[in-house]
Design a protein around this ligand. Structure first.
Ligand SMILES: N[C@@H](CCC(=O)N[C@@H](CS)C(=O)NCC(=O)O)C(=O)O
Length: 230
């Protein structure tokens, strides 16, 4: 098999999605930590929009998590994470789009960055950013709770799909914000889903391979380059 390399920095939620999917599909891969290269020429040569993750498979290089996860699911053996049935597949894609459009921006880009990423670098949080995001986070969690109620094991029912591996890093990272402690217990179906996800051999293997949570040094520049303002 041609060599597979995942490029990114370990705490990135999107890099974790790609890592979880590679792990679930049992694809051996090498992780190239871009932390010291972020925004520099070697990174921009891989991703012209200055983001992560990037996947390399042999001489094929790909960026954007949706493209990467679909490729990994199709190109490698193992149980499919994409439903065959068009309506189920559409529902999975609806979840992925909602995660990109609402869950990531409010839970991670707004709250996690202000509560965890910036304070760990000595940058005080902007409470206005958090206050603006929290009602939207509440809606995100309500919608997810409704989807999982009636005993659904995973977002689409009894089968784990790409949508679950998209969601897990969001729920995990927001879990480090103090706001989550008051909120998560109000969403019992989400708590059960999270426990089930964390108990999957894939997730255990992935977590065991992760380095300790270190501050994201290159995020110092986010405070000036792309911090929301209210
Ligand atoms: N549309 C991209 C979004 C990826 C993304 O926003 N990644 C974040 C990390 S979670 C990033 O690269 N941020 C810029 C940086 O770290 O400087 C995808 O789906 O892959």
């Amino acid at each position: 098999m041609s060599e597979v390399t995942l490029f990114g920095f370990p705490r990135s939620t999107y890099v974790q999605i790609a890592g979880l999917v590679l792990t679930h599909k049992d694809v051996p891969y090498r992780f190239h930590d871009l932390e010291s290269e972020m925004g520099g020429p070697s990174h921009l040569a891989l991703h012209p929009f200055d983001r992560v993750p990037i996947l390399r498979h042999g001489d094929f290089t790909l960026y954007e998590t949706a493209a990467i996860t679909s490729y990994v699911d199709e190109a490698f053996d193992g149980r499919k994470l994409t439903p065959e049935e068009p309506q189920k597949r559409a529902r999975m894609n609806q979840w992925i789009s909602a995660i990109n459009g609402y869950y990531y921006p409010y839970m991670i880009y707004h709250v996690s960055h202000e509560r965890n990423v910036f304070p760990q670098l000595g940058i005080p949080p902007d409470e206005k950013v958090v206050a603006h995001a929290m009602p939207k986070v509440e809606i995100c969690l309500q919608v997810m709770e409704r989807q999982l109620s009636h005993g659904k094991e995973y977002l689409l029912g009894s089968e784990v799909t790409l949508a679950d591996f998209y969601m897990l890093p969001m729920i995990h990272a927001f879990g480090f914000a103090p706001e989550s402690q008051g909120m998560y217990p109000n969403f019992p179906a989400i708590c059960t889903w999270r426990e089930q996800m964390e108990a999957l051999p894939t997730v255990k293997r992935f977590r065991a391979a992760q380095p300790p949570r270190a501050p994201i040094e290159h995020a110092r520049k986010w405070a000036v380059s792309h911090r929301p303002k209210y």
